[in-house]
Design a protein around this ligand. Structure first.
Ligand SMILES: *Cc1c(COP(=O)(O)O)cnc(C)c1O
Length: 373
């Protein structure tokens, strides 16, 4: 087979082996240290990562938990959200907040998104105030900070607890403040494909409130205040483990540089795709955006996706079904309509965007999207 006949390698949305390659030796050493320590649950590695991650976010406390979903649910439990309460969130962000709200026995109230950014529209939040929500889960979708300043002001004026879902936004900054430092609590996931990813499940919460931090430390471990003393109701086992924490300490060292690479890819896509049928979201690639997903909107999204697959380029839909139309949940929300949200779910497509993507690959993706029209 001549080189010209060699199959063109596919371009993946995320390529774990390549993203991890520069840190492989460090990760292996960190794993060996945990093995040598003989301690696998809530030891020195978790404590160390919690300190480092709190520092990175500019918060006093970080609490490691088992997943981003658990972080959201434990956040609401720590804030005493329960049956009879309602919690505002958006319906285009994958359903994670809805799971957490429903797990607490509370009711989700969906706010419409801004039709350009696809992030929560503060005007839509204001329309829901008559329903007296207890809390708001604000998702920094695709890696970009929502209008958190305006939202925080509304929340403060109406006694609504602000929980940030930062599972896609590790390291995003605005006005010198980091994702997770605007609300009462910031929730993070370390699922392997996130900007800060473990080699398995993991999550964390950050806060400046010592009392909330203490409640969360109890909630993640059966509600214990000390060994075998259950003082906080609603607890369970949701611990970050030593191996993942040790790996995350290594991965954290490259987070800012990896985010810079994602931003550069976003700007390259933005420049090259202006005027295409596949429309980029406006205003991306700034400091407040860590490029978790690069999303275009396309009226014939499924045709674009098939065209890309035909030339060996993977793409994904984040997310195809809005929460209020999910089969498991729609019966409880029969009248709900969210036109901007529903339209976005029908049009969005995420292109490959990760820190190990090469310039050649970015150009191949660009050429393929442009060829679609
Ligand atoms: C990934 C993700 C979560 C859930 O995190 P897990 O660790 O998979 O439970 C929550 N919210 C958003 C926005 C996410 O992208």
């Amino acid at each position: 087979m001549s080189p010209a006949d060699a199959p063109i390698p596919p371009i993946r949305c995320y390529d774990a082996a390549r993203v991890l390659a520069p840190q492989r030796a460090g990760i292996e050493a960190a794993i060996a240290d945990v093995l040598d320590s003989g301690r696998f649950i809530l030891g020195a590695a978790v404590e160390r990562f919690e300190c480092e991650f709190a520092d990175h976010c500019g918060r006093a406390h970080a609490i490691g938990v088992a997943s981003g979903s658990d972080a959201l649910e434990l956040a609401l439990r720590a804030l005493d959200v329960g049956p009879g309460d309602s919690v505002v969130t958006v319906a285009n962000a994958g359903g994670y907040a809805t799971h957490a709200i429903r797990a607490c026995g509370a009711r989700p109230l969906y706010a419409e998104v801004d039709p350009a950014t696809l992030l929560l529209d503060p005007v839509a939040l204001a329309l829901l105030l008559t329903q007296r929500p207890r809390a708001l889960v604000l998702t920094h979708l695709y890696g970009r900070l929502a209008d958190v300043g305006t939202v925080a002001t509304i929340c403060a004026a109406h006694g609504i607890a602000l929980v940030e879902d930062c599972a896609q936004a590790h390291g995003a900054r605005r006005g010198g403040r980091h994702a997770g430092s605007f609300g009462a609590l910031g929730c993070f996931s370390f699922y392997p494909t996130k900007n800060l990813g473990a080699l398995g499940d993991g999550g964390a919460l950050v806060t400046n409130d010592a009392a909330l931090a203490a409640r969360l430390r109890a909630l993640r471990q059966y509600g214990w205040i000390g060994k075998y003393r259950v003082e906080v109701g609603g607890g369970r086992n949701s611990r970050l483990d030593e191996l993942q924490a040790a790996i995350l300490s290594v991965r954290l060292r490259s987070l800012d540089a990896d985010n810079a690479k994602r931003r550069a890819i976003i700007r390259a896509y933005d420049d090259a795709l202006a005027g295409c049928k596949a429309r980029p979201l406006p205003g991306r690639g700034g400091e407040d955006d860590v490029g978790h997903q690069y999303v275009v909107r396309c009226a014939d999204r499924n045709a674009l996706r098939a065209h890309l697959a035909g030339v060996g380029i993977d793409s994904e839909v984040h997310y195809p079904v809005p929460d209020h139309l999910q089969p498991a949940w729609r019966m409880s929300l029969p009248q709900m309509q969210l036109p901007y949200t529903e339209r976005a779910c029908a049009e969005v497509l995420s292109l490959p965007c990760h820190p190990a993507l090469t310039d050649v690959e970015v150009r191949r993706v660009i050429a393929a999207v442009r060829a679609h029209g």
